[in-house]
Design a protein around this ligand. Structure first.
Ligand code: IPE
Ligand code: IPE
Ligand code: MG
Length: 262
């Protein structure tokens, strides 16, 4: 059985730090940013890489330990062929150009999702990048590509069934969480979606149970250091109760924990 390194938010009260330990971002609004400037949609994707670079740097500066970004969803294959192919090329190009900087900054890179449909060249590049940075501990950068929250839960269940056939009674929230693609990370403290839409679009369905949600109308290519600081400030103004009352937070900040129900 895989043991979770972190406390699950539905099974206990996770430690909440001043700076979010884990930030998860849906980088949305690239197409609209470009169309507003009478440019092709894909110009927005290219510009979005600059935003990501700035956000990574800001997260490093602020001491964020885990940054997880949604780059391509399992539903994005429904887009026009040309746009999908541009995105794949951009992914390859950006991995090549940014990897050295990522490594230099002691960041561990992971690409999370079902890599099976990707070109061999891209998959090789991903494996190279992951291997190169595997020993880095300053920050964990996870790029979700061909990722879907439902896919993730299903693949976790399949793994559990294969490991211990017929023993579904022994399954727990922890064992499921331990088989998810992001099993190395605590649940996100702060979820950010740019681009004005207020939906989760099949991102980290399991792990968002108690994340603080932050939506901004800013389009992803306009998002950077100042905008991220605003999101962090909003996070810092929230009261994270994890099911308890405000009064309990003052009198008994650490407990009581939820009963063992699963
Ligand atoms: C997000 O920007 C990037 C990806 C989904 C790959 P969009 O391309 O969705 O931009 P909008 O939402 O159409 O403006
Ligand atoms: C979500 O954005 C996926 C990524 C940012 C990679 P979309 O633009 O695809 O989401 P919907 O379709 O508007 O929900
Ligand atoms: Mg979009």
């Amino acid at each position: 059985m895989v043991r979770l390194p972190f406390l699950s938010s539905t099974r206990g009260v996770p430690e909440a730090a001043e700076v979010p330990r884990h930030i998860a971002i849906i980088m949305d609004g690239n197409g609209r940013w470009a169309r507003k400037r009478l440019m092709p949609r894909v110009a927005g994707h290219a510009k979005g890489v600059d935003s990501l670079r700035e956000v990574i740097r800001t997260c490093l500066d602020r001491g964020v330990e885990y940054l997880t970004v949604f780059a391509f969803s399992s539903e994005n294959w429904r887009r026009p062929k040309d746009e999908v192919s541009f995105l794949m090329q951009l992914f390859i190009k950006s991995l090549k150009s940014e990897l050295e900087r990522i490594h230099r900054n002691h960041i561990r890179l992971r690409v999370v999702g079902d890599l099976a449909p990707f070109d061999e060249a891209l998959v090789n590049l991903i494996h190279e990048g992951e291997a190169l940075t595997a020993g880095n501990t300053r920050m964990n950068l996870s790029i979700c590509a061909n990722y879907g929250g439902r896919w993730d839960i299903l693949q976790a269940m399949r793994k559990m069934a294969a490991e211990a056939p017929g023993q579904t009674e022994a399954w727990s929230e922890e064992s499921l969480a331990g088989h998810l693609a992001l099993n190395f990370a605590p649940e996100p403290d702060l979820f950010i979606r740019t681009g004005g839409e207020q939906r989760v679009s099949n991102f980290l369905l399991w792990q968002l149970a108690y994340s603080e949600l932050y939506f901004t109308d800013k389009l992803w290519p306009e998002f950077g250091e100042a905008a991220l600081d605003e999101a962090i400030a909003s996070y810092q103004s929230r009261e994270r109760r994890f099911g308890r009352t405000s009064e309990q937070l003052v009198s008994d900040p650490a407990g009581p924990a939820a009963p063992d129900h699963a």
